[in-house]
Design a protein around this ligand. Structure first.
Ligand code: SF4
Ligand code: SF4
Length: 412
């Protein structure tokens, strides 16, 4: 009997209502996908009898978790699907899958050559070759690598003074903050410091979500165990672990135990998201904010699917609601269709754009100054499909605050 990778399989609680199928964004756009009920609890019954019943079309599941959010019985549908893929799939990760999954390795290789790499991958002939030879869609724009990363900025500009703060936290910045969007980490450090918190970085690795979806299970488990160890050291020091990306947060809290079978019981309750952490500090009276008087913006908010699964979007809405001068417009709930590396794959691109279309149309109808979301891959998809600029909510907060006045208030 093969070893199972799922920690608690509750497929027997399915009452066959098919609500999950109605909420799955892939079902209406891809007739090859059996849908969450059939791929999840129904399929699991058969697979447990004989792995022969595994269907390779389960690869079309984006792991967005919308089925789980909708299920009245709390069935871990997407966990069942992805555990089955890791357990039974005959597909061997190819070069394309490895390039998309090894975010740290690719970031380290691309970083010193960032201007060249960024130019190359945006050229039409290069995109055409990547499309035909590797299966990376030519309709995608690759996010730009930065020559100077977040950790370099932190070591040069912020590290020395962090010990002076009366409170301490550990920051899980994630790979996109280091390799593509250091501005997110810089904004986070500025806000945390203004609220009286020193920031500590860890020797973290990419959370591993892309390795799960690209079937690099052994690599994902190894990295998950390593991250749990590194995060555990911070928790023992009494520091909360705060992240700025929803998918990193969700993966560590729920995918490590649910799909990879990695025990996170000692750290789970300490892992949180920046918007929740900051809002709770303010709401409990432990910190105060002073805003600029001249800040003004009209911003549309896209809730990432993994944020819906966490159920923490209320904290972003309340935090942004504190900002005078910000017209904050939550958009209707819709998947953007990128799902990490899923939408970059040639075979998924048409479905990815079709899934995201209602969201893109809504953004164009609202016509905001810019869009905000906590997920960088949602950001990439929205920017390439709408042309609107997308920023992390923590950047808006840092921009709207009078950081010096806030820091003076919270140092008393
Ligand atoms: S929503 Fe839940 S209970 Fe209903 S069919 Fe799907 S898995 Fe079963
Ligand atoms: S995780 Fe998303 S794509 Fe996969 S079955 Fe559930 S709703 Fe559909």
């Amino acid at each position: 009997m093969q070893e199972t990778t799922i920690s608690k399989s509750n497929f027997e609680e399915c009452m066959k209502c098919t609500i999950c199928t109605a909420y799955c964004p892939v079902v209406p756009v891809n007739p090859l996908y059996p849908g969450p009920k059939q791929a999840g609890p129904d399929g699991e019954r058969l697979r447990l009898k004989n792995g022969f019943f595994f269907d390779e079309n389960l690869k079309y599941c984006m792991n967005c978790k919308r089925c789980e959010v909708s299920c009245p019985s709390g069935v871990h549908i997407a966990d069942l699907i992805h555990s089955a893929r890791l357990r039974y799939s005959k597909h061997k990760p190819n070069l394309r899958d490895r390039i998309l999954a090894e975010t740290d390795f690719m970031g380290k290789v691309a970083r010193p050559l960032a201007p060249v790499v960024n130019t190359m991958v945006s050229m039409k002939p290069v995109k055409a070759v990547m499309d035909s030879v590797m299966g990376i869609s030519k309709n995608c724009d690759f996010p730009k690598y930065t020559f100077h990363g977040f950790i370099g900025w932190f070591n040069k500009n912020a590290k020395a003074k962090q010990a002076e703060f009366k409170n301490q936290l550990a920051y899980f910045h994630g790979c996109s903050t280091e390799y593509q969007h250091p501005e997110v980490g810089i904004a986070f450090v500025k806000v945390a410091n203004a609220l009286g918190y020193g920031v500590n970085l860890m020797d973290e690795r990419c959370c591993g979500v892309a390795k799960v979806s690209n079937l690099l299970k052994d690599r994902a488990v190894k990295i998950a165990k390593r991250n749990v160890g590194v995060l555990g050291e911070q928790v023992e020091l009494g520091r909360p672990i705060v992240a700025t990306a929803t998918t990193c947060t969700f993966t560590i809290r729920d995918e490590y135990p649910g799909i990879l079978g990695v025990d996170i019981s000692k750290i789970r309750e300490s892992v949180t998201l920046a918007e929740k952490f900051f809002y709770e500090l303010i709401d409990s009276g432990k910190a105060e904010l002073v805003f600029r008087k001249d800040f003004k913006a009209r911003v549309a908010y896209h809730t990432p699917c993994h944020m819906e699964k966490l159920g923490w979007q209320i904290f972003t809405k309340r935090l942004m609601g504190l900002i005078p001068g910000l017209e904050f417009i939550p958009l209707d709930s819709n998947c953007c269709g990128i799902a990490g590396t899923y939408g970059f794959k040639k075979e998924n691109r048409r479905a990815s754009e079709a899934i995201g279309k209602p969201l893109f149309d809504n953004i164009k109808r609202v016509d905001p100054d810019y869009v905000t979301t906590e997920c960088d891959t949602c950001k990439w998809q929205i920017e390439m499909c709408t042309g609107y600029k997308v920023v992390n909510p923590i950047i808006i907060l840092a921009d709207a605050l009078d950081l010096e006045a806030t820091a003076r208030l919270n140092s008393k």
